[in-house]
Design a binder for this molecule. Structure first.
Ligand code: 13P
Length: 308
């Protein structure tokens, strides 16, 4: 569906060759640019990509996503070389909390179980009890037998969404994903008025005022499953604008409307075909985690992966 320039076609060919030669695998998050999917071996949401990183036999993983995703791959597969094609592909949500702040919260709430969203740095994971993603946050929190208080970091909206679906006491942290947080109720209502038959799918990183308008609250790949199985023909996509392309490709007979002007993750879009090629040629940028952080961070991730 994506129309490619001659230059892009040539880059795709070169990347495919390099990938084979170097025994590399390319993982791409659903928010990547459409042309990146042309070279990706596996595409998915955070949970699916974590599983793929843990399972692959490839020696090199080129992670087309943001830093915390490449770090997660490195925690799970320390024997492999994990490359992040753009050094500066970060996550403003992950930056909302650092390890000292987690330690301070542990002191303040000694009884609380600390659940960290996968959108967090490796050292924050190392200080947390268990990880979660947007696909499994409710399930993870509800699996915590005996835990009365749960501190979910760093996304306040995800924690508010979980709070609606659990009887545990949730403690919130003031972090958010700017792309999701800025979506306004009026914008959604306007879109709903324009497309009255459309189902509204929203990511749990959106605010509670947005989520109460949604027909379905789910992860990016959850949206794919919902749109595929729904009898509806039209959908409003309440997540990063790139997801509309993924949905449209998977369901060409249906229509998808995104908030293309506002819901953009600029960090995800930093990665280009040229940077993927450079990553494979120059073996850059290597993401490595110190063993003293990797081990506890691995425990945090493994606990999650044993549940879901
Ligand atoms: P998903 O796990 O739903 O793909 O979300 C990742 C993310 O970073 C959302 O902003």
């Amino acid at each position: 569906m994506v129309s490619l320039s001659k230059e892009s076609e040539e880059l795709i060919r070169e990347i495919q060759e390099l990938k084979e030669k170097k025994k590399a695998v390319i993982l791409a998050h659903n928010y990547q640019r459409p042309e990146i999917f042309q070279v990706a071996d596996i595409q998915g949401d955070s949970l699916e990509l974590s599983r793929a990183a843990a399972k692959t036999k490839a020696e090199i993983i080129v992670f087309c996503g943001v830093r915390f995703m490449a770090e997660t791959a490195s925690i799970l597969s320390s024997e492999k070389k994990i490359l992040l094609p753009e050094k500066e592909s970060g996550c403003p949500l992950a930056d909302y909390i650092n390890v000292e702040q987690v330690r301070a919260m542990r002191k303040k709430y000694p009884e609380a179980t600390i659940v960290c969203y996968v959108n967090s740095s490796a050292d924050v994971k190392a200080e947390s009890d268990i990880c979660c993603t947007s696909a499994n946050a409710v399930k993870v929190v509800n699996s915590l037998n005996g835990a009365k208080q749960v501190l979910l970091i760093p996304d306040k909206h995800l924690a508010q969404y979980v709070a609606k679906n659990t009887d545990k006491q949730m403690i919130l942290w003031e972090g958010n994903c700017p792309a999701h947080h800025q979506l306004q109720r009026e914008e959604v209502l306007k879109m709903k008025a324009e497309y009255p038959e459309a189902k509204f799918m929203a990511h749990p990183e959106c605010s509670p005022e947005i989520l109460e308008l949604a027909d379905c609250v789910t992860s990016t790949s959850g949206m794919l499953r919902y749109a595929n199985s729904s009898s509806a023909k039209e959908f409003i996509v309440g997540t990063e604008e790139g997801m509309a392309y993924v949905l449209q490709t998977a369901c060409p007979e249906k229509k998808f409307y995104s908030f293309a002007n506002t819901m953009i993750c600029h960090d995800m879009k930093k990665i280009t075909l040229q940077s993927v090629k450079d990553a494979l040629v120059k073996m850059q940028y290597l993401v490595e985690i110190n063993e003293d952080i990797r081990k506890p961070a691995m425990n945090c991730l493994s606990r999650m992966m044993n549940i879901v």
